[in-house]
Ligand binder design. Structure first.
Ligand SMILES: *Cc1c(COP(=O)(O)O)cnc(C)c1O
Length: 436
């Protein structure tokens, strides 16, 4: 299978090159040349299959031409070695808990998958050079990627994050690892970090010296494996005996990688009726749905900070997937936008009502179901982070202590080591050129 650029001004590349390059030379995002269908028989039996078996069928459909099946199988077994339970929260609403991985956030799967795919292809390559992974993070990406790539041979990860804008626990998860992980504390916003990473990729001088790639959801190895969740959620709903023709999924969205993988899953045959892209106050996608015009804006800080994105990279993929048709996009996806007060109120009300504790990101998507699910539909919302990752916020809302799982608190005892940097590209370039 070949991959093309959403800007349609670059050559087709192999899966290996799409992963290693990250961004296409014309600055577009790679997309699979064909979207293969999964036979309908698969969906009849999906309810009886394990997460790992489902993921294998899906991964094999997408990557089977380009990777040996035994490697793909072991890669999946190593990556998905934790639960992704679907928890019934209300009569017609389920939470897909994506936070049972190593850093208790949903990006763990994509990051672990990508690290292993990169190692797989690097081993087969002739060039025996260190691959430098550049990642801009507003919190969760950095921790998931850093932990997913920790000690993977031949790879060095550079995490750029906005100073003072990520929670202490998030920060500890990528600043205390050392080894092949370097954290850069940038005096600016997440959008600045993202712009610096993009500038490095299009800088000839840097890319001729270093082998660079990205681990943001612009990378196909990061965003495509996220579609496993949706198949897995579907399988669990089937076991619960719900009406499978009326499944609606609400996705808390920032860079739109997660929902984009879901849209591709639907195109491959997964019978999800429709999606809701749930936003915090950073609502450029919501505005696009309402007006047909896409106007990126600087991000504004919110309590659901992993979604503080003013110019979502995967918007280009969504446009491409629907042939730039606003009308067709609106058929599959609706949107909504909530401010911090509404997010807080949703967390509080649901905790008081059922005892279920939402994190600020999941709360945005849960609210979307509360307001937009129609009678007869069953809603799934993605719970993308453990509430303890946003301890201060959640505790101030419910007025109770939120215990931090051991796996998280262990990070806080590590020693923080960062490289401090201004938000200007020349400083980053100088730093990169000094790397081996
Ligand atoms: C990254 C992230 C999101 C948004 O996912 P996208 O793929 O960027 O849309 C939502 N919630 C949490 C907790 C995240 O870390």
């Amino acid at each position: 299978m070949k991959y093309y650029s959403t800007n349609h001004n670059a050559e087709l590349v192999t899966l290996k090159d799409a992963i290693i390059k990250g961004l296409a030379p014309d600055r577009g995002l790679y997309m699979p040349e064909r979207i293969p269908s999964i036979p309908t028989a698969f969906f009849k039996h999906i309810g009886e299959m394990s997460l790992q078996d489902i993921a294998y069928v899906v991964a094999n459909t997408l990557f089977g031409e380009d990777m040996e099946s035994a490697s793909l199988k072991s890669l999946i077994d190593e990556t998905l070695n934790f639960d992704i339970p679907l928890v019934k929260v209300a009569d017609d609403k389920y939470s897909l808990e994506l936070f049972h991985g190593p850093t208790l956030a949903f990006k763990d799967v994509g990051a672990r998958f990508m690290a292993r795919m990169l190692a797989y292809f690097n081993k087969r390559g002739s060039a025996d050079r260190t691959i430098h992974v550049l990642v801009a993070t507003s919190g969760d990406t950095g921790s998931a990627v850093a932990n997913g790539f920790l000690n993977v041979p031949g790879v060095h990860v550079h995490v750029l994050y906005p100073k003072g804008k990520v929670s202490p626990i998030q920060e500890a998860q990528f600043t205390t690892l050392g080894n092949n992980i370097t954290a850069l504390e940038v005096d600016g916003t997440f959008d600045d970090c993202q712009a610096m990473v993009k500038a490095a990729f299009s800088d000839q001088e840097v890319s001729s010296k270093l082998y660079l790639t990205s681990a943001n959801s612009i990378n196909v190895a990061r965003f495509l494996p996220q579609m496993f969740y949706y198949y897995h959620a579907y399988a669990q709903l089937m076991r619960d005996g719900v009406d499978m023709k009326n499944v609606v999924v609400a996705v808390p969205s920032g860079n739109f990688g997660n929902i984009c993988s879901a849209l591709i899953a639907k195109r491959m045959g997964l019978p999800i009726k429709r999606f809701i892209a749930a936003n915090n106050r950073n609502d450029v996608f919501f505005q696009y749905l309402a007006t047909g015009t896409y106007t990126p804006r600087p991000s504004v800080p919110t309590i659901a900070n992993a979604m503080d994105v003013g110019d979502p990279s995967n918007f280009a993929r969504i446009l491409d997937l629907y042939g730039n048709s606003h009308e067709r996009i609106c058929t599959d996806i609706s949107g909504c936008t909530y401010d911090d007060d509404t997010i807080r109120r949703t967390i509080k009300e649901e905790y008081d009502r059922s005892g279920y504790l939402l994190d600020p990101h999941g709360a945005v998507a849960y609210r979307a179901l509360q307001e937009h699910l129609n009678p007869g539909e069953t809603g799934v919302f993605l719970e993308t982070a453990h509430p303890a990752k946003f301890k201060e916020t959640v505790e101030s809302v419910i007025g109770k202590n939120v215990p931090v799982p051991k796996r998280l608190s262990a990070f806080l005892s590590g020693e923080k080591r960062v490289v401090k940097m201004s938000a200007l590209y020349p400083a980053f370039k100088k730093y990169l050129l000094a790397c081996d």
